[in-house]
Design a protein around this ligand. Structure first.
Ligand code: ATP
Length: 503
C-alpha cells in the first residue's frame, strides 16, 4: 500500500499533474500546485460535475461567491464555536495528531485484517465463494466487524458530547502508539479551531478580523434569497458552487487528500420541510450513479451512513473511496434541516423564506447538501487509474487509465519520421482537431516510446502519420487501453474521438 501511494505521488509529479507548492523553497506543508496536466484533469472533473448538476437539472443554478465573507457568517454557521479538531500530543516525540484520526486509522487496520480473511477464503473457495454469506457467518470476520463498530460508536459519542477525556481513554485502552516513535505517552485532548484568520483593511486598529472560508456552503446560504428571487426559483431547487476552501488542518500527511487550501464542489438543494428525507435518498442515489458513471470500480466505493451527526444534520451519509491508504471520505451528503438559513435569519435580521404558492404559506426551506472535495476526487481518479501492466511479450508498461472524458490530452499526433512532409501533415491534423479537443504533437523518439509516454500520461488516443498517409489520407489510430491499432481516414478522427468522450 505504502509503495503504491509513493508511486502515485511520484507519477503525479513526473507527468506534470501535481507539484509541491513553492517547491524551490522546499515546499509548504499540505499545499499543492496543479501542473500542466493536473490543471486539465481538474478542469475536466469540474466540468463533468457542473454539467451533471447544473446543466442537466433545470431547477439547479450555479453561483460563485467570494472567499472572504462578513465575519458574522461564521458565528451564524457555528464555525467560530464548533469548527474544531480534537488534538492530542505525544509527550515523547512532541508530535501532534488528530485524536479521532488516530482512532480511525486503528479501525482501518482492523478492517484490513477482515479483508485479508475474505481474500484468503476467496482464493480457497474459488468460484463457489459467497462473500455475503462468508462475512455474516465467519466468526473472525464477525469479531473484526463488531470491534470496529464498537470503537467507532464510542468515538462518535465522545466527540459529539465533547467528552474529550474519553477520546484519550479510548486511545490508551486500544494501546495506540505514536506512529512515528512508538510511544504511548499521550497528553490530554484539546480542541483546535481550523479556520484561517486574516485582516481586512490597512491600519492595525481599524482592521476587521476575517476568516478565509472553510467551506463553500455558507456562500450559498447567504445568497439564498438573491438567487431565489432573481432566478424566480421554485422549491425544490438547488444552488451549486465550485470554489476554494481553507482549513488549518493538523494532520496533513496524505498528499492532496487533506490540504490546507483545497476546492469543494457543493450543491445545496432547498426543499419543503418534511420532505427532506425523501430528497436525501434521491441525492444519495443520484450521487452514487454519478460516481458509477466514471467506472472507477464498484469495489472501490463504500457507503457509510452516519451515526455521528454534525450539529446541523438529521441524516448524513459518506461516500468513501479506497484511496492508496484505505477507505476514506470522498463525498458527504447531509440533510442539514433549516439550521443554516434559520441561523442566518437570526444573525442578519433578514428573512430567508420561501412563499410556497401550493401551500399558500411562507417557510424556511430545509436543505440537502452534496459536498465533494475536488482534490479528493482527483486523487481517487488518478490513484485508481495508475496501473502496471504485464504485456504478452513479457515486458511491462505503466498506463494511466483515466476515464477518457476526463483525460487531460485526448489525442497525441505523431509523424512516423521527422521528414518527408509527415510533420506537416501531423500539424494539419492538430489544427483541425484542436478546435474540439486538447491534442498534442510529439515527434521525439521511436513511435513505441512515444506510445509508452502517452500511456503513462493517460492519453486515450495516439494517431500516427506515415508515408502511406500521403497516398491514402489514412492514419493509424491506437487506443491506450486495448493497444489496438486501426487504419482510419483522417476525416473520421473527429467522430472517433468524440464518440469515446461522449457525456
Ligand atoms: P474529514 O473528516 O476527512 O476532515 P470533513 O468531514 O471535515 O472531512 P466536510 O466538512 O464534510 O469534510 O467537507 C466536504 C468535503 O470536502 C469532504 O468530503 C472532502 O472531500 C472535502 N475536504 C474536506 N476537508 C478537506 C481537506 N482538508 N483537503 C481536501 N479536501 C477536503
Amino acid at each position: 500500500q505504502q509503495d503504491t501511494f509513493k508511486q502515485v505521488i511520484s507519477h503525479a509529479k513526473e507527468y506534470g499533474y501535481i507539484f509541491s507548492s513553492s517547491e524551490i523553497y522546499d515546499g509548504l506543508s499540505a499545499v499543492y500546485d496543479y501542473g500542466q496536466n493536473g490543471v486539465e484533469l481538474k478542469k475536466n472533473i469540474k466540468d463533468y460535475w457542473w454539467k451533471s448538476m447544473v446543466q442537466m437539472n433545470q431547477n439547479i443554478v450555479g453561483l460563485d461567491a467570494a472567499i472572504l465573507m462578513h465575519p458574522k457568517t461564521w458565528e451564524a454557521s457555528g464555525h467560530v464555536n464548533a469548527f474544531n479538531d480534537p488534538l492530542i500530543d505525544n509527550k515523547d516525540s512532541k508530535k501532534r495528531y488528530r485524536a479521532d484520526v488516530l482512532v480511525e486509522d486503528y479501525v482501518e487496520k482492523i478492517n484490513q485484517k477482515a479483508q485479508k480473511e475474505i481474500n484468503k477464503a476467496k482464493k480457497r473457495f474459488g468460484e463457489t465463494f459467497n462473500e455475503e454469506e462468508f462475512v455474516t457467518t465467519n466468526p473472525r470476520v464477525i469479531r473484526y466487524q463488531e470491534e470496529q463498530k464498537t470503537i467507532m460508536e464510542r468515538l462518535a459519542k465522545s466527540l459529539t458530547e465533547e467528552n474529550l477525556a474519553d477520546v484519550k481513554a479510548l486511545i490508551e485502552e486500544l494501546g495506540i502508539a505514536c506512529p512515528e516513535s512508538g510511544s504511548k505517552n499521550w497528553t490530554d485532548v484539546k480542541q483546535f479551531n481550523l479556520m484561517f484568520g486574516t485582516k481586512l483593511g490597512a491600519s492595525a486598529d481599524s482592521a476587521t478580523d476575517l476568516y478565509l472560508r472553510p467551506e463553500t456552503a455558507q456562500g450559498i446560504f447567504v445568497n439564498f434569497a438573491n438567487v431565489q428571487k432573481t432566478g424566480r426559483m421554485k422549491i425544490p431547487f438547488g444552488i451549486a458552487q465550485i470554489g476554494k476552501a481553507f482549513r488549518n488542518e493538523i494532520v496533513a500527511r496524505q498528499f492532496i487528500f487533506r490540504q490546507r487550501e483545497f476546492e469543494q464542489m457543493e450543491m445545496q438543494f432547498f426543499v419543503r420541510p418534511g420532505e427532506e428525507l425523501k430528497w436525501f435518498e434521491h441525492w444519495k442515489e443520484t450521487r452514487q450513479n454519478w460516481h458509477a458513471s466514471l467506472g472507477l470500480g464498484e469495489e472501490n466505493y463504500r457507503f457509510h451512513d452516519h451515526e455521528k451527526m454534525a450539529h446541523y444534520a438529521n441524516a448524513a451519509t459518506d461516500i468513501e473511496f479506497n484511496f492508496p491508504f484505505g477507505f476514506k471520505e470522498l463525498e458527504g451528503i447531509h440533510s442539514r434541516t433549516d439550521f443554516d438559513l434559520k441561523a442566518h435569519e437570526e444573525h442578519s435580521g433578514k428573512k430567508l423564506q420561501f412563499f410556497d404558492p401550493e401551500l399558500n404559506k411562507n417557510y424556511v426551506p430545509y436543505v440537502i447538501e452534496t459536498s465533494i472535495g475536488l482534490d479528493r476526487m482527483f486523487l481517487a481518479i488518478f490513484s485508481s487509474a495508475l496501473k502496471e501492466e504485464e504485456l504478452e511479450d513479457g515486458s511491462t508498461r505503466t498506463v494511466l487509465k483515466l476515464p477518457s472524458i476526463l483525460a487531460p490530452v485526448k489525442a497525441a499526433v505523431f509523424p512516423l519520421v521527422k521528414k518527408d512532409g509527415l510533420p506537416e501533415i501531423a500539424q494539419e491534423i492538430i489544427e483541425e482537431l484542436q478546435w474540439d479537443f486538447n491534442v498534442i504533437y510529439d515527434e521525439k523518439d521511436a513511435v513505441g516510446r512515444r506510445y509508452r509516454r502517452q500511456d503513462a500520461n493517460g492519453t486515450p488516443f495516439c494517431i500516427t502519420v506515415d508515408h502511406d498517409t500521403k497516398e491514402d489520407n489514412q492514419v493509424t489510430i491506437r487506443h491506450r487501453d486495448t493497444m489496438e491499432q486501426k487504419r482510419v481516414p483522417i476525416s473520421e478522427l473527429k467522430s472517433i474521438i468524440a464518440q469515446e468522450i461522449d457525456f
